[in-house]
Design a protein around this ligand. Structure first.
Ligand code: ZN
Length: 285
């Protein structure tokens, strides 16, 4: 019986304690190891944090419903891959941060959404938007499985799951503005100052026609898209973000209480061996 089916059989799981779920419904060792091997950035943290990520992922699978769309069949491998990436941004906050989020809708590929907006003159503009993912306030999260798998290419720091769940964190205070509720030691003014400086630098590089490694989409809508895109980079290409946007990296490191680049001696992700839990290259102090 699949992991999802075993979880579903024991609904309503909200009545079960977390300890019971973790004890009886844990993600199997082999599946977890396979997930870390396929998405190596999941493992770029201490053993303690990796165990926390696994526990959060188990609870995420128990609490969130996965809904297939467009003929996709959601396997255990897919569900665990999505859950683990979704839990990366809440290693500090815990799953309570996602309580307002609905189910996870998985499409095989990108989706064309038909949009209608009315301008100030009352003219309605209709257009199509191609989506790799979408997070709705108090609603479902849509993901293209094709795009979820693109995260395995670490070159560009692309990660649609982390992106959409970063939007979920941003929406926690009811405002989609690229500024999530902050811990006491980070002021809103400091957050916005650092983020806007990063945004401006990225926008200027794009305006000069530079071929930036950071997704140009980061410059699309102010901090609303800059925050999710640099959060993707923080978890998937941390060495690159630290090298090119050190202030943004430091700020996100304080916000997430994570320092994934610190484990990277040379920035060469191929050196990482998740089975060993260490890099072949020298570890930074
Ligand atoms: Zn977005």
């Amino acid at each position: 019986m699949s992991l999802l089916a075993r979880l579903a059989r024991h609904l309503p799981l909200r009545w079960r304690s977390e300890a019971s779920i973790l004890e009886h419904r844990a993600i199997p060792d082999s599946l977890w190891a396979k997930t870390l091997a396929q998405y190596p950035f999941l493992a770029w943290r201490s053993l303690e944090k990796r165990e926390r990520l696994r526990a959060l992922s188990t609870l995420f699978l128990a609490r969130k419903q996965f809904v297939p769309a467009g003929g996709v069949h959601i396997t255990d491998d897919m569900a665990v891959a999505i859950a683990a990436q979704a839990c990366l941004p809440v290693l500090r906050l815990g799953l309570g941060a996602y309580a307002h989020m609905g189910h996870i809708v998985v499409h095989p590929d990108q989706v064309v959404a038909h949009r209608e907006v009315m301008d100030d003159a009352g003219v309605v503009h209709r257009y199509d938007e191609v989506l790799a993912g979408e997070a709705m306030p108090d609603g479902p999260v849509m993901l293209s499985w094709h795009d979820v798998q693109q995260a395995r290419d670490l070159e560009h720091g692309y990660n649609v799951v982390v992106h959409e769940f970063a939007h979920a964190l941003d929406m926690l205070d009811g405002h989609l503005d690229g500024t999530p509720p902050l811990p006491a030691e980070i002021s809103k003014a400091h957050w916005q100052d650092v983020m806007w400086q990063g945004f401006d630098r990225h926008s200027e590089a794009l305006a000069r026609g530079e071929d930036t490694w950071l997704d140009p989409y980061a410059a699309e809508a102010g901090l609303v898209e800059f925050f999710p895109v640099v959060t993707e980079a923080f978890f998937v290409a941390p060495w690159a973000l630290r090298a090119d946007f050190s202030d943004v990296y430091t700020l996100l490191s304080r916000y997430f209480e994570e320092d994934p680049a610190a484990l990277l001696a040379s920035g060469d992700a191929s050196e990482w061996h998740p089975d060993q839990g260490v890099f072949v290259g020298s570890l930074k102090a």
